[in-house]
Design a protein around this ligand. Structure first.
Ligand SMILES: N[C@@H](CCC(=O)N[C@@H](CS)C(=O)NCC(=O)O)C(=O)O
Length: 233
């Protein structure tokens, strides 16, 4: 049984998508980041960066004490290795998945996140910042579109954690100022994943947990006012 510390955001959806695909039993522990629940000491013990998602595996390989993991890329890799699913075991197949997983973690996720911030949430509309992140998101979409020219999925012919990591960050494409019709291969990939039964179940779980926007006026103060003092010593 896996405990999933989760909220209804792209990085949270990655893990429900994986767990639904893999058929691993799990329990969702909601962490409402708009209400500041990510700062509770019991959550910080497993997720010291005060961010969701995190997991606790109560039946780790080899037995022993439960294993906790934070950072969505590390969680996907941990779960893929634990279950032997959504990552190939051969060196070449594995490296394809790993480089695109890290591409998502270091590129698509952070850039699209800043895009959301400056386009939707920042109290001032700063054209330079909006253009920078809308353009960088477009560049990353184009990279994916090109990558998918002769492959069904990001790492090749089979669905992998590289796809699972990227998909939730394409879902809000309109809010990112993007038009999927200008990226036809990305659009084909997106539709293929959108209609997978596990994806549908993952997003239904989210809708059952939270129907409100994550960033409300109250949440804005909690999410966007953090600094070193928030963390303490
Ligand atoms: N690199 C981290 C990012 C996690 C992240 O930014 N989580 C957001 C929700 S998508 C969060 O928990 N925010 C809470 C906060 O800002 O205090 C990952 O991929 O797990």
């Amino acid at each position: 049984m896996i405990d999933l510390y989760y909220w209804t955001t792209p990085n949270g959806h990655k893990i429900t998508m994986f767990l639904e695909e893999a058929g691993v039993p799990y329990r969702i522990i909601p962490v409402n980041i708009g209400k500041g629940e990510q700062f509770k000491p019991e959550f910080l013990r497993i997720s010291p960066n005060n961010r969701i998602p995190a997991i606790v595996d109560h039946a780790p390989e080899g037995g022993g004490a439960p294993v906790s993991v934070f950072e969505s890329g590390a969680i996907l890799l941990y779960l893929a290795e634990k279950t032997g699913q959504f990552i190939p075991s051969d060196l070449r197949g594995r490296v394809e998945v790993l480089q695109w997983l890290f591409w998502q973690m270091g590129g698509l996720g952070p850039m699209a996140g800043q895009n959301h911030h400056f386009s939707q949430y920042a109290p001032e509309k700063i054209p330079y910042a909006i253009d920078r992140y809308v353009n960088e998101t477009a560049r990353l979409y184009a990279v994916l579109n090109r990558r998918l020219a002769n492959r069904e999925f990001i790492a090749g012919s089979t669905y992998s954690i590289a796809d699972i990591a990227s998909y939730p960050w394409i879902v809000p494409y309109q809010r990112q100022g993007q038009d999927l019709d200008t990226f036809p291969r990305l659009k084909r990939w997106f539709e293929t994943i959108r209609t997978r039964p596990a994806t549908i179940r993952a997003y239904e779980k989210a809708a059952a947990i939270n129907t409100q926007p994550v960033v409300t006026d109250e949440a804005r103060k909690i999410l966007f006012g953090q600094n070193a003092k928030t963390v303490g010593s």
